[in-house]
Design a protein. Structure first.
Length: 456
């Protein structure tokens, strides 16, 4: 089982695999430096997808912040850019109380020619002495959702594999656990999580994740202006929010207005993500708006009980979503650089559909059905961000992923859980589709809309 704590991480935008992961890798390299006194200069090389979208996905910024000791969950988004600007000006980074030379314009190398042997998101860190000889060299793979592993161990899982009371590795065993114990999927996940840490810690983290998600929506609905980058995309969430508020005061309402609110919530989060704001990887930054928007939909439009039961419903939502996300992570991928956007927006929609079905009282079979329906209708989706920016088509794509999740949950809850294509079938299909997909459509900005849209 992949832990809830692994799938949901607090970080900054715009990308979990291209921003959060590289920042963590850089931080790990700097913190574990064996020869700080002899180190005179750092050199970092980005390969594959990281090199192709380095500026658009703020990988360069993330590496600099990580080397400087910043962490994704605690770095202040409002001062991060100034910190990077200062390092560019100084051409050095303070590590272990020493200034070590690092000129990003020279020492941050974008290698777009070498094919990484293990994973398309690979980055290499070198500590050099005064003569330019390499003292230390480490290579990491950023494998999606903020997960990082050493290249030598990238085929391993990168998370603890200890015995759990109700472990499961696919949809079949998850449903078997539910049938054997009479527990809900959320209760199964909670049982496994409490084997790793106290229940109070888990509940506190669940509440923190909910708070950060809701705060991100609120902030996103207030911000105006342009998003960073050469596309000059204007934020839409604030104007859309005002328009929906005006409509809410009228005497007539169209049936689909609730879906407009869901779209607003998703757009608000992803505009925050695109601007480098604080978001939750759910399970990635590129798909960060789907689960919060569907969770907000549950809170604002579906829950008519007490605040206590609503909070428990949101806990059940997230715990169930983590079970589904873990299956995709374990048996396929959540990395756009590996399998395209089906591994990001598709997985997030599947997780949200399962979470909503659980919060609304669905059976384990209905929840598994909801997750399968949502993913089935994202199969083959490419990752083709225009100009390497997580803006077009990513922001609107999250809104559609959220709507699909709600529709999938509704379809499943109106059935009895019986269906022909299982969640395991669709996970295997997604993995196979990702392997067959041309690399141009895997977060390189070399195919799809990224090349067919004229930027100027």
């Amino acid at each position: 089982m992949i832990s809830f704590f692994d799938l949901f991480k607090i970080g900054i935008g715009p990308s979990s695999s291209h921003t959060v992961g590289p920042m963590r890798a850089a931080g790990r390299f700097a913190a574990s430096l064996r020869y700080p006194e002899e180190t005179s200069r750092f050199r970092v090389t980005l390969y594959g997808s990281l090199a192709w979208t380095a500026q658009g996905h703020a990988t360069d910024k993330a590496v600099i912040l990580g080397l400087a000791g910043q962490e994704p969950h605690s770095v202040d988004p409002d001062i991060a850019d100034q910190m990077v600007t200062d390092i560019f000006a100084r051409k050095s980074i303070t590590v272990h109380h020493r200034d070590i030379a690092f000129d990003p314009s020279v020492d941050l190398v974008l290698d777009r020619e070498t094919v990484p042997p293990v994973h398309p998101n690979t980055l290499q860190f070198e500590a050099l002495d005064r003569s330019g000889q390499t003292l230390e060299l480490e290579r990491f793979c950023s494998v999606g959702g903020g997960f990082i592993v050493h290249e030598s161990a990238a085929k391993e899982t990168g998370y603890a594999q200890r015995a759990l009371p109700l472990d499961f590795t696919n949809g079949v065993t998850l449903l078997e656990r539910a049938s054997q114990t009479g527990m809900t999927i959320a209760e199964i996940v909670m049982t496994n999580e409490t084997a790793l840490r106290p229940a109070s810690t888990i509940n506190a983290f669940l509440d923190q994740i909910i708070d950060v998600m809701m705060a991100c929506i609120e902030r996103g609905m207030k911000q105006t202006g342009q998003l960073p980058g050469r596309l000059k995309v204007h934020r839409r969430a604030a104007a859309l929010h005002e328009k929906l508020l005006q409509k809410s005061r009228s005497n007539t309402h169209l049936p689909h207005e609730v879906m407009d609110w869901v779209s607003l919530f998703a757009i608000a989060v992803n505009e925050e993500n695109a601007s480098g704001g604080r978001v939750v990887t759910a399970p990635t930054n590129g798909a960060a708006g789907i689960i919060p928007s569907v969770l907000r939909y549950y809170r604002d439009f579906c829950s008519h009980a007490s605040s206590t039961s609503c909070q428990q419903g949101m806990h059940d939502f997230l715990l169930t979503a983590s079970a589904i996300g873990g299956l995709f992570k374990l048996n396929a991928s959540i990395s756009g650089a590996e399998v395209g956007c089906q591994g990001e927006v598709g997985v997030a929609s599947s997780m949200a559909a399962a979470g909503l079905a659980a919060a609304l009282g669905g059976t384990a079979q209905q929840i598994e059905n909801a997750a399968e329906i949502a993913m089935e209708h994202h199969l083959g989706m490419t990752c083709d961000p225009i100009a390497g920016l997580v803006q077009i088509p990513c922001i609107e794509r999250n809104a559609f992923g959220a709507i699909k999740a709600i529709n999938a949950a509704s379809l499943a809850l109106n059935g009895d859980g019986t269906h022909h294509v299982s969640l395991d079938h669709v996970i295997r299909t997604m993995a196979a589709t990702g392997r067959d997909m041309n690399d141009r459509y895997k977060e390189t900005s070399l195919g799809g809309l990224a090349v067919n849209f004229p930027e100027c």
